[in-house]
Design a protein around this ligand. Structure first.
Ligand SMILES: Nc1nc2c(ncn2[C@@H]2O[C@H](COP(=O)(O)OP(=O)(O)OP(=O)(O)O)[C@@H](O)[C@H]2O)c(=O)[nH]1
Ligand SMILES: [Mg+2]
Length: 688
């Protein structure tokens, strides 16, 4: 490691010159590797672990041999599906890398990882450039005002283009994007980077080591280097008024002063340094590691009563539930008894360890700002805060996205049914963006997640890890029915075949009520046509028949049933006979009252780029939705509010992703029931 020494600003602890890591600043760095799927985050984590000497040889995602993609599903699909911790030590600094999944379905893990990290490094492929996953993660990090840096990766790949990627980055993320390096060579000839601050070239001979060799800037890159160097200096000085004045007065500004301003801009989330390289070819990795340890912001966690935030939970097949936490204050030690701020219950921390992928290294203590893990807590999960009894827990809650795509699951066998509840509990304890609910009307068990990949991986885990087989079904919506005109009918229940018979006659009218009014029973009996004591039985029979379903088979709502007449028998009439009579009467009346089907309608609010507005409006219309409002939100975004049949948006998460290229998001909530158009109602009959 080239240790060109630098000293630090005694006030802020940011490096200002020779002296390296002085220990004045918390020697921990928590770094989340975020960005679009496939941009190379896991490969980069592997390269950094190799550069730090933690692993003897970098593994490959395609071979399933990386430290961070340790889950069978991750290896089978060659994608990351959950945040993984990969620590390394370098130059007296302890770095916790958080390898974050890029697939949009795992946005919950992105949110949690950005909460635990103090620096977000955006991995961007020089081939694909800035993608929707980059933008989504940037939006989340920017909302927290987080320090952000960028690593332009895959410069060895065919069609890699650093300039295009840099222009896209500056176009999307603004003037704060400050390139610190330029590539030397491109595609197959990519072999190093130019350090734009110290004006040297660092080349790598691809021998599998990560050590770069400093040298002069190749002639053919000098002009370009000067141009970008000037742009970089401009980008940095704008973050510092005094420097801006001196720059405009053409006064010399030293490299260390520039690095000082850069580190300040980085820490304040206004300057976004860009480094570049190739994680697969191990180019630029040593420099990225040094950037993290020397310029990366440290956690601002002080000593004091211990407080820790749980940002990840893992259902480990051997040790059971493992909670991964960041220490926000103080030190967490083995055998500590801490309070869980959600349950207010005590938790004793018997086993503490550091995670590196799936590996668990026991430790006695986890210090301020550091990341650790604990097993077998009683009832702690992601988002919970653990702290010393009496400690002030004013910790901002971890807001995780709510799931927006559901599938109905049904256990394949009795054994599966017996195991299902426990297995689902385990699955959900590991992933708070999964929700299970039982629909009281359709009686389906619904598993809700963030998208198709998320749901299919959850079902695979259920089967592979927990040995529970389920089949999936289409989600049903809770249809209802009502009547559109008044009708009158008689129900006659008569069983008189000797001995104690049954006899009851009820005559009712049924008429429509307003949407959402519910059910009304009116007693208009005169002259004891139906004895008083049997009238509640008639109502009971009526209610049962309505709940059982009308001609379409759905529960009948928003009707008034009036008992207008009846007949009884002194001996054979009973509650039972009048209950049956009531039920028969209302069913007959329903048939004549031109019933219609009511479907659930949701309020939908979509936020997406303005460029997608036309398609979205067209799609909502095609889904029988009614646009209620559209509003420009600024930043090129539009908000569309609509009222739309719920059945049309059961898979809206998938449709919206297709319509907006993953740049849209939505919330939907049940609003009311409304009549289904007749041409559709005829096709609807409740499943037998
Ligand atoms: N040529 C080349 N390939 C790379 C480089 N970095 C990663 N790859 C390849 O790109 C593919 C995706 O790499 P990953 O590390 O899995 O990407 P990721 O960002 O972790 O992907 P997700 O976990 O799905 O978000 C793999 O086939 C890697 O081998 C690189 O610098 N150069
Ligand atoms: Mg990955």
């Amino acid at each position: 490691m080239d240790a060109t020494t630098k000293v630090r600003d005694p006030e802020t602890g940011v490096r200002v010159g020779p002296g390296g890591t002085s220990g004045r600043r918390n020697p921990v760095r928590n770094v989340a590797l975020v960005g679009h799927g496939h941009s190379g985050k896991t490969t980069l984590a592997e390269a950094l672990l190799f550069a730090a000497g933690v692993i003897a040889r970098p593994g490959r995602v395609e071979d399933g041999t990386t430290v961070c993609d340790y889950d069978a599903e991750e290896q089978r699909r060659a994608i990351s599906t959950g945040v993984a911790v990969a620590p390394f030590d370098l130059g007296g600094v302890h770095v916790n890398l958080l390898d974050v999944p890029g697939d949009a379905d795992f946005v919950g893990d992105v949110t949690a990882a950005l909460r635990a990290a103090d620096l977000a490094i955006f991995v961007v492929s020089a081939v694909e450039g800035v993608e929707v996953g980059t933008e989504q993660a940037w939006r989340l990090a920017a909302a927290r005002g987080m320090p952000r840096a960028i690593f332009v990766n895959k410069l060895d790949r065919e069609r890699a283009d650093f300039d295009r990627t840099l222009a896209q980055l500056q176009g999307r993320f603004g003037a704060g994007v400050a390139p610190l390096e330029l590539p030397v060579g491109l595609e197959a000839s990519f072999r190093g980077v130019i350090d734009l601050l110290s004006d040297v070239a660092v080349t790598y001979n691809g021998d599998g080591t990560t050590a770069g060799v400093e040298g002069p800037i190749p002639d053919d890159l000098e002009v370009r280097e000067h141009a970008v160097h000037d742009a970089l200096v401009e980008g940095i000085v704008v973050a510092d008024d005094e420097l801006t004045e001196r720059y405009l007065a053409d006064e010399p500004i030293s490299t260390d002063e520039l690095e000082h301003a850069l580190a300040h801009g980085l820490a304040s989330g206004t300057v976004f340094p860009v480094l570049c390289g190739s994680a697969a070819k191990l180019v630029g990795i040593d420099r990225l590691a040094r950037f993290i340890t020397e310029d990366g912001p440290a956690p601002d966690a002080e000593d004091g009563a211990p407080i820790a935030l749980v940002f990840k939970t893992i259902a480990d097949p051997y040790v059971g539930r493992v909670n991964v936490f960041k220490v926000l204050q103080g030190r967490v030690r083995v055998d500590d008894a801490l309070v869980n701020n959600r349950t207010l219950g005590d938790e004793r921390l018997h086993q503490l360890f550091r995670l590196r992928g799936r590996e668990q290294e026991p430790v006695r203590e986890v210090g301020p700002g550091d990341i650790g893990a604990v097993a077998k807590l009683h009832d702690t999960t992601t988002g919970d805060v653990l702290g010393a009894r009496g400690a002030q827990f004013d910790v901002e809650p971890l807001e995780l996205p709510s799931p927006n795509l559901a599938t109905a699951i049904r256990p394949k066998s009795k054994q599966d049914d017996d195991k299902l509840a426990t297995a689902l509990h385990k699955l959900l304890s590991e992933d708070p963006t999964l929700v299970v609910e039982r629909d009281p009307e359709t009686h389906q068990t619904l598993l809700r997640g963030m998208g198709e990949t998320h749901l299919s991986i959850a079902l695979e885990k259920l089967q592979r890890r927990m040995g529970v087989e389920v089949s999936t079904e289409a989600v049903l919506v809770a249809y209802r029915e009502t009547v559109t005109r008044e009708a009158r009918a008689e129900g006659r229940y008569k069983k008189q075949t000797g001995g104690h018979g049954q006899f009851g006659v009820a005559e009712v009218t049924i008429e429509p009520l307003g949407r959402g009014v519910g059910f009304e029973f009116v007693d208009r009996i005169v002259g004891g046509a139906v004895p008083r004591q049997f009238i509640p039985a008639v109502e009971k029979g009526v209610v049962e028949a309505l709940e059982h379903g009308g001609p379409f088979g759905f529960p009948v709502v928003d009707v008034r049933v009036t008992l207008v007449d009846g007949k009884s028998h002194a001996v054979d009439s009973s509650e039972m006979s009048f209950r049956m009579a009531g039920s028969l009467a209302v069913r007959a009346a329903l048939g004549d009252a031109e019933p219609t089907v009511l479907e659930p309608v949701s309020n939908l609010v979509v936020v997406a780029p303005e460029t997608c507005q036309g398609d979205l409006l067209g799609d909502i219309n095609a889904k029988r939705g009614r646009i209620q409002s559209t509003a420009a939100l600024g930043d090129g975004e539009v908000e569309i509010a609509a009222s739309i049949p719920t059945v049309e948006i059961l898979r809206y998460a998938v449709d919206l992703r297709a319509l907006t290229g993953g740049r849209g998001h939505f919330v939907a909530a049940h609003s009311h029931h409304d009549a289904v158009p007749p041409h559709l109602a005829d096709k609807l009959r409740a499943p037998a």
